[in-house]
Design a binder for this molecule. Structure first.
Ligand SMILES: [Zn+2]
Length: 247
């Protein structure tokens, strides 16, 4: 079952949106400012987390490199943000999982049975990281697809993700023809949602929530494409731990 939703902008905090899903998922909006880098400290990021009632010292973030590397974190390794990875898996309820995004897709996975959660950073290069995470969940916790809830977060949409022919060809061959679309003039666009949906459906995942907002079309979201390489704002996407309150 695929559920399509829109981001829920908060009426009380102008710099935060919620991803409607079975998990507590939140996104810092453009107005919250740049939440990067992923591989280093950021006082603005810590302040935003505290405003969410989330403890920065119990929020895991890794140095993202557009890879498919997924690592397991625990309360002892939570602050190791120099560790290079684009996926975090955690079994501890008192840890929150964070990613920085600006057009790439944040993906969240939750195993209802074991409670294990994953947060993944998935752009065109890293597409497939969700399959790596599913393998890891199965190997370490025996997770099966029918127990999983997966949320595909806001990203650059197929409306805006224009690429050159070589990249479109490569992406389409790897992930399927329906993951690339062409406009009337023959320009090619990638569909990250379609690619991840296809991977998950092939794996037998039944519960998928798709957040349809496009980071380029939505002016209150940070976007590498719309804002440019020198001035884009990285947003923070977080899965809040059940017991991760800031004291
Ligand atoms: Zn768009």
């Amino acid at each position: 079952m695929i559920t399509e939703v829109q981001l829920e902008r908060s009426t009380t905090t102008a710099d935060t949106a919620r991803l409607p899903a079975p998990l507590d998922l939140r996104l810092s909006l453009l107005s919250a400012g740049d939440m990067g880098p992923s591989g280093g400290p950021n006082p603005r990021r810590d302040a935003w987390l505290r405003r969410q009632g989330v403890a920065p010292q119990r929020t895991a973030l890794r140095h993202q490199t557009h890879s498919r590397r997924v690592v397991i974190v625990n309360p002892q390794t939570v602050l190791d943000y120099h560790c290079e990875a684009d996926g975090i898996v955690c079994a501890d309820a008192d840890v929150s999982l964070a990613l920085t995004v600006a057009d790439c897709m944040p993906i969240f996975v939750w195993d209802r049975r074991s409670g294990v959660r994953a947060a993944l950073h998935s752009g065109w290069k890293g597409t497939g990281i969700v399959a790596v995470a599913l393998d890891l969940l199965h190997a370490e916790w025996g997770s099966v697809p029918t127990d999983l809830e997966v949320v595909l977060g806001p990203c650059i949409g197929a409306c805006c993700y224009r690429v050159d022919r070589a990249r479109a060809l490569e992406f389409g061959e790897r992930w399927g023809d329906n993951t690339v679309r062409s406009d009337a003039a023959g320009a090619a666009y990638l569909d990250l949602r379609a690619a991840n949906r296809a991977i998950l459906c092939r794996r037998g995942v039944r519960r998928i929530t798709e957040v349809n907002d496009c980071t380029v079309c939505s002016r209150d979201l940070g976007s590498y494409r719309r804002q440019g390489a020198g001035s884009f704002v990285r947003m923070l996407a977080i899965a809040v731990g059940e017991d991760n309150s800031y004291e």
